[in-house]
Design a protein around this ligand. Structure first.
Ligand code: PHE
Ligand code: ZN
Length: 891
């Protein structure tokens, strides 16, 4: 691959490694201020490479010495510059022994070996192993690892690494050691160690095959009362992968470790998953229903990586979505299957599509847009994006939609049969799907190579005399950086027809497949494969003009352009047998009026809401045959970001005001219904996070938040009472959020008391204090001055990513009107934090930098002010991470 001296790395420049590694034998002499690492690697020349040079990467290392086949190398026998150590004309088989020194306690980047609360952790994906030793740190170099850890026994009683513990014992001077062996080949990014004062919940678990495995969840001592849910989630994950994909856990021991300082959600290191505490720790007192669900899905995600990522890994980092898109798809399916309520799978689908629209669509329309398989990057850490993860998962889901569940499974089986133990590409995955199903999927490749969200425009014509309906579907995709023109995509387009009373109609045509086995589709759903820029299909035997339910279950990650009247949308909302489209019809209806209201605010016109919308909402609320979780989703308005996405020129203040007006109107017009909902929903005690109860809580708490929109003291008191009496974090947090975000004087006073109480009550629970900061950061009342005050709070620090995210990201990403304040105060706060964070943790600074990727689309005065701020940041010395983002935004 390319040396880090080059600014941009290109996919087309991929070359196979010159040497492959057989075995790696690592010894760590652990010490916080200076750790000694000895790496013995057996390298063998790769016949696929013309070069005979060994190329090793290294960063922030002090090189002590190198032995080559037992002989010490003199300084002139290797070249060391810009993070590359090169040994020219190396022997076919080369045993290298390299000794380096590193300083974990000075490492604030949380990559490589670092300390968190006095314990050692590593993070090696994507290129962190090179901060541990000089190594061919690229995913297509796979080897067997043996690891020996040595440390002071009192300070670091627990010593963990990948695979199996094969030896442990005492050493002189109060030290001890442990030796671990990982029986599987792996790339360096999956290497991990953990050392320190930790305790675990453990259990022996029997696999479907009858083999017994040891499962452990490791945490700091005070957190042993918060591991049960993660353990349960792990066991469910293991079962699910056996049942759905026939994939078994391949190790005798599987460990999860929680760490408070972590850049991402979690990491799939072989047999030793390391997790942000946020995705492990839960009990009713500190975790909400959403936290519980997130833990289950992240535990699943990391576990599923063991096959999709670890057994079969990526050839190079451009193929990142090969493992991430696939594994997100797998965790989404796992969670959907776990819900088990009537509309459970649809509820999960709705949440996932909401995430995609809220985060990925804007990314795909902005300066950082990139294909699911990027062509180039400056800093790979910047490509752990919603496009790679969530759009990547949609791409995988489309195979399943096109091939059916069974066809998809055949493709998966062939993929493992062909590639187990290899480092492969997205094209290899596509080939396995195509070959297993004897289909030509050549055009599907465009989903990997082209960025941007495709638009599908639908026009219909009904011919009463001929009783026929024609659908004309045309697709286009807007230009994205470096890709002006796009080729058509292969788009699976699912749809159905409803008559005027909302009953399903039969679809007859030679042009479409009516799939009985289409996953998650109600009967009567047809599937068309769009392949051209424009195509027309004709349906016959259509006795009346139907209402069309288009893009059922969101069969492709596209933006549908199809004009339907308020009445048609209301009909779909009440009657579509496809639950996803029922929800989507409501969203489209609300969005249309939110956009109209935003326009009215801008032009100082009177604000009004039509009764169609209010009545549509009333009937959703009154329909108790619906799943409460579904009702809650259907009654939640599209977010401010979703409104902004539809505007040519974004006016944040107008958007917030329009949305607020709609909330208030729905609050007043449906006050009796909200109150009834709030008072009649009964949830069995004691608290349990299972989906049935969680769904009821989410509807009940949505009702509460609508009730808070009116400035009524009696109603406010409901929230205070709920806050005081809550026996779980879901209800407590919901009440507090409703109070703080209601935005009137009465609620404000009440909120202040609760906020003070909340802090005192939970001051020892870091994850809850994160919530406390986030809640205030996203309050529409609070602007940059309040943020500065909060940043001065003794509990605040930028060094901990979760804490930085709660306050600074909370404000810059989720407080639209205040962050985009016309005086520029929000932007100044943003810039200061980027610059300060960039010196501590470039990855986190680069993430924060993304808050203005779409600055170009804001109204002129904001655009000007944003550009000035961006230029100011760009004028400073920046990390490669932050530099790439800021410069791409300005380009
Ligand atoms: N590979 C991890 C996951 O998705 C994410 C991650 C990337 C974590 C880089 C840390 C660093 O499961
Ligand atoms: Zn992942």
């Amino acid at each position: 691959m390319t040396s880090r001296t080059q600014k941009t790395v290109y996919r087309k420049n991929y070359t196979p490694p010159s040497f492959l590694a057989n075995t790696v034998d690592l010894t760590f002499d652990l010490d916080p201020s200076q750790t000694r690492v000895t790496a013995k690697t057996e390298l063998i020349h790769n016949p696929q490479s013309k070069s005979t040079d060994i190329v090793l990467y290294g960063e922030d290392l002090e090189l002590v010495g190198i032995l080559l086949n037992g002989r010490k190398l003199a300084a002139g026998e290797y070249a060391l510059e810009n993070g590359l150590l090169r040994i020219t004309k190396a022997p076919e088989v080369t045993r290298l022994e390299i000794e380096t020194l590193i300083c974990p306690d000075k490492n604030t980047t949380l990559m490589g070996l670092y300390l968190s609360n006095g314990n050692f952790f590593t993070q090696c994906e994507a290129e962190g192993f090179r901060k541990i030793t000089y190594f061919p740190d690229r995913p297509d170099v796979m080897a067997k690892y043996t690891v020996t850890l040595k440390a002071n026994k009192k300070q670091f009683p627990v010593l963990l690494s990948n695979g199996n513990l094969v030896e442990e014992g005492a050493l002189p001077r109060g030290r001890h050691y442990a030796k671990w062996e990982d029986p599987f080949n792996k790339p360096s990014y999956l290497f991990a160690i953990v050392a320190g004062k930790l305790v675990c919940q453990e259990e022996t678990f029997t696999l479907a095959s009858g083999r017994k495995v040891l499962l452990q969840v490791w945490v700091e001592k005070g957190n042993l009362d918060k591991t049960a849910h993660a353990m349960e989630s792990l066991k469910h994950s293991i079962r699910w992968d056996e049942e759905r994909y026939g994939l078994e856990l391949d190790l005798d021991r599987f460990m999860i470790v929680a760490v408070g300082d972590f850049n991402m959600g979690a990491m799939e290191n072989k047999g030793l998953n390391i997790f942000n505490t946020r995705y492990v720790l839960a009990n009713p007192r500190i975790a909400t229903d959403v936290d519980y669900a997130n833990i289950e899905s992240v535990v699943g995600h990391e576990y599923f990586h063991n096959w999709t990522g670890n057994r079969v890994t990526c050839r190079d980092w451009f193929q990142l979505s090969l493992k991430e898109g696939l594994t997100v798809f797998r965790d989404q399916e796992f969670s959907a299957d776990r819900i088990g309520t009537k509309d459970g799978r649809a509820v999960k689908r709705i949440e996932d599509v909401r995430t995609l629209r809220q985060h990925q669509f804007p990314e795909d329309a902005g300066a950082m847009a990139h294909p699911v398989r990027p062509d180039s990057y400056e800093e790979i850490n910047n490509f752990y994006t919603v496009t790679i993860y969530e759009k990547g998962a949609e791409v995988v889901r489309m195979y399943q939609t096109l091939l059916g569940r069974e066809g998809f499974r055949k493709g998966m089986d062939l993929y493992f049969q062909r590639h187990d133990g290899q480092a492969v590409t997205c094209s290899d995955f596509l080939a396995a799907m195509a070959d297993a199903n004897k289909q030509d999927l050549t055009q599907f490749e465009n989903w990997y190579s082209q960025a941007g969200t495709p638009r599908v425009k639908l026009r219909t014509r009904y011919n009463k005399k001929a009783q026929s309906l024609s659908l004309t579907l045309s697709q286009s995709c807007p230009p994205t950086p470096e890709q002006a023109k796009k080729r058509p995509f292969l788009i699976p387009f699912a749809f159905g027809l409803l008559d005027a009373k909302g009953k399903s109609m039969v679809v007859n045509s030679h042009d479409v497949t009516v799939r009985k086995k289409l996953a998650d589709a109600p009967s009567g759903t047809a599937l068309v494969q769009l392949t051209r820029k424009s195509q027309t299909i004709t349906l016959t035997g259509v006795p009346e003009k139907p209402v069309i339910s288009a893009l059922r279950n969101f069969s492709a990650p596209v933006i549908l352009e199809y004009d339907q009247s308020d009445e048609e949308l209301a009909l779909l909302l009440s009657a579509d047998p496809d639950a996803f489209n029922r929800w989507d019809a409501g969203q489209r209806l609300a969005l249309r009026h939110l956009l109209r209201l935003t326009h009215a605010v801008q032009h100082k016109e009177a604000l009004e809401l039509p009764s169609t919308l209010v009545e549509a909402y009333r009937s959703v609320l009154a329909n108790d045959s619906l799943d409460p979780a579904f009702q809650a989703l259907a009654l939640t308005l599209p977010s401010e970001i979703m409104i902004a996405e539809e505007m040519k020129e974004i006016d944040p203040q107008a958007i917030v005001q329009a949305r607020h007006f709609m909330l208030q109107t729905l609050s007043h017009s449906l006050q009796d219904e909200w109150l009834k909902t709030y008072q009649t929903i009964r949830i069995p005690a004691p608290y349990s996070p299972e989906p049935d109860n969680a769904g009821k809580r989410s509807l009940r708490n949505l009702a509460l938040s609508y009730l808070m929109e009116g400035d009524d003291k009696k109603l406010m008191q409901l929230a205070v009472t709920q806050y005081d009496n809550a026996d779980n974090m879901t209800d407590r947090m919901a009440a507090l959020t409703a109070l703080t975000h209601a935005g009137n004087l009465t609620s404000k006073k009440m909120a202040e008391r609760c906020l003070r109480h909340f802090y005192r009550e939970f001051r020892l629970e870091a994850l809850v204090i994160d919530k406390w900061f986030a809640l205030q950061a996203t309050s529409p009342e609070n602007g940059a001055p309040e943020m500065r005050k909060l940043a001065d709070h003794p509990a605040f620090t930028l060094k901990n990513p979760n804490r930085a995210r709660s306050l600074v990201f909370g404000f810059c990403m989720n407080n639209m009107a205040q962050f985009h304040a016309t005086d520029g105060s929000g932007y100044d706060f943003w810039a200061e934090n980027i610059l300060e964070l960039d010196r501590i943790n470039p990855q986190i600074a680069a993430r924060l930098s993304r808050a203005l990727t779409q600055y170009n689309r804001f109204k002129p005065e904001l655009k000007k002010r944003a550009r000035k701020t961006l230029k100011h940041i760009a004028s400073r010395k920046l990390s490669r991470d932050t530099g790439e983002i800021i410069n791409k935004i300005l380009a």
